[in-house]
Design a protein around this ligand. Structure first.
Ligand SMILES: [Zn+2]
Length: 486
């Protein structure tokens, strides 16, 4: 009898394992089949030279607008006009909201909705403290060792220059777009993005509806996921919302020799610990799930068994994801306690204690639902919770079935046949969030290969891009613009 039961159990387990393995073996790739390469020959060195010149113009944006050196932006505009003469002849140029640039390349078919290519002109500063650590000075634009070095080489003058080069090239070939193409380059993305906001507002006033927007955000990441050998072209289909909340607790003040059981700071501290101890709920559904649906067919065994059978291993995967900060951020709203203050003197009871919590909100949730959750977790009326300005809800999730996504995915593989493409959730904020009212399809991607080391160069030391990636980026945008015919 027992023997029979064991036998049956054994058979069930075996069948179950077979199902998992069969699923893992037969899971089909979602990659677009790419046959032909992009035919054009690009002079990568000349492109690199132009990027070098662009880097040397120090378009640093400052939180305090009055401190921004606007002469640098004027010089940058002059540089663009000089370097891309055909573009400046053919396209309409508008300067919007101070120093943001909007170029319009009118298409021949007004029934087609326009596309909009983005980048930003501004860069973050090279910190005085780190100046010495740069291999080549941060604004030198040095071309050496196969790279262009300097601030903006990855974020994101590379994209701006690649777009300009592509348009200049296509004009020289006599290309005329069917679909209108906008080029939109903000001047203050790193400090809030008022330029992008002004461009979006202007287009809205003109009743423009866009087919799609392409901005920075994802790249071609090497060695990002265990069990995946190919570089992954991460195309951002959504970005997290941004919300800083201020917590305030009022106190009686007075002399610290006769304190109450809990001071305002003590009560506040308890609230902060409660927030840290009760993370937001995990949500493994899109876009994290969509990313793994694209990546799973290219994973090695045994990991492929896990990711090909997410219906079965979801709890295990969630638990695994929670363990690293970068994957944890993909599956839930995060809350980081960043600033605090209380009494001005060590022997005076605080009359008020305050703290800031910076939250990054997962698509599907909102600023309101985030505050409601924090209130529930803190559960103390003595703690006032309010949102600060500069906050925004998460973006909508763009459609990976849309033709525009397929175009980006196809071309990404045409310029780098070894990559696989996957949709992706951008954890930071980009200027593209200002365009939510103009289109349902916003993608965030740069056709540049990066590894974990390179990620640190963005806003860090020794920012650089390979000359070959600059050439490929130009090809990418040429092909993308040509696709507008379809
Ligand atoms: Zn950027």
């Amino acid at each position: 009898m027992v023997k029979n039961v064991l036998k049956i159990l054994g058979i069930i387990v075996l069948i179950f394992i077979i199902i998992l393995v069969v699923k893992a073996v037969t899971i089909s790739s979602k990659q677009v089949e790419v046959r032909e390469a992009i035919p054009y020959k690009i002079d990568s060195m000349s492109v690199a030279q132009h990027l070098s010149e662009a880097i040397q113009i120090q378009t640093v944006s400052n939180q305090d607008q009055a401190k921004t050196d606007v002469k640098q932006f004027e010089q940058f505009h002059k540089f663009l006009a000089k370097t891309y003469p055909s573009l400046h002849k053919k396209l309409k140029k508008e300067i919007v909201g101070g120093y943001a640039l909007l170029y319009t390349w009118k298409g021949s078919d007004p029934s087609l909705k326009p596309m909009l290519l983005m980048a930003h002109q501004d860069v973050v500063p090279v910190e005085d403290l780190t100046k010495e650590q740069w291999k080549y000075p941060g604004f030198s634009g040095t071309i050496a060792e196969g790279y262009v070095w300097g601030r903006g080489a990855l974020d994101i003058k590379n994209q701006l220059i690649a777009v300009m080069e592509a348009v200049e090239f296509l004009i020289s070939k006599g290309f005329a777009p069917k679909r209108t193409i906008y080029l939109a380059f903000g001047h203050d993305e790193e400090v809030g993005g008022e330029g992008a906001k002004a461009i979006a507002k202007l287009l809205k006033q003109r009743n423009v509806q866009l087919e799609y927007v392409l901005d920075e955000g994802g790249a071609i990441m090497e060695g990002m996921l265990p069990g995946v050998e190919s570089p992954i072209a991460l195309v951002g289909i959504a970005e997290k919302g941004y919300l800083t909340v201020k917590l305030t607790v009022k106190g009686e003040g007075g002399h610290s020799s006769m304190p109450p059981h809990h001071t305002a700071l003590g009560i506040l501290s308890k609230a902060l610990v409660d927030v840290e101890d009760n993370p937001f709920p995990k949500n493994f559904d899109s876009p994290a799930r969509q990313m793994f649906e694209y990546v799973a067919p290219h994973m090695k065994f045994p990991l492929r068994i896990l990711f090909a059978n997410m219906w079965c291993f979801k709890p295990l995967l969630k638990w695994q994801f929670e363990k690293s900060e970068s994957t944890n951020a993909m599956i839930r709203t995060t809350a980081a306690v960043t600033m605090a203050g209380a009494s001005e003197k060590e022997n005076v009871l605080p009359t008020q204690a305050w703290a800031m919590i910076n939250c990054r909100i997962l698509p599907g949730e909102t600023m309101d639902s985030t505050i409601t959750y924090l209130k529930k977790v803190i559960d103390n009326d003595a703690v006032a919770i309010e949102a600060t300005p500069w906050s925004n809800d998460p973006s909508p999730v763009s459609d990976i079935q849309a033709g525009s996504f397929t175009s980006i995915a196809t071309i990404a593989r045409q310029i780098n046949p070894d990559v696989i493409v996957a949709p992706y959730l951008v954890l930071g904020a980009t200027d593209s969030r200002h365009y939510n009212a103009l289109t349902n399809q916003i993608y965030r991607f740069s056709p540049v290969k990066m590894n974990a080391e390179d990620l640190k160069r963005v806003h860090g030391i020794n920012e650089r891009i390979s000359i070959s990636d600059m050439g490929k980026s130009v090809k990418f945008f040429i092909a993308l613009i040509e696709k507008t015919h379809m």
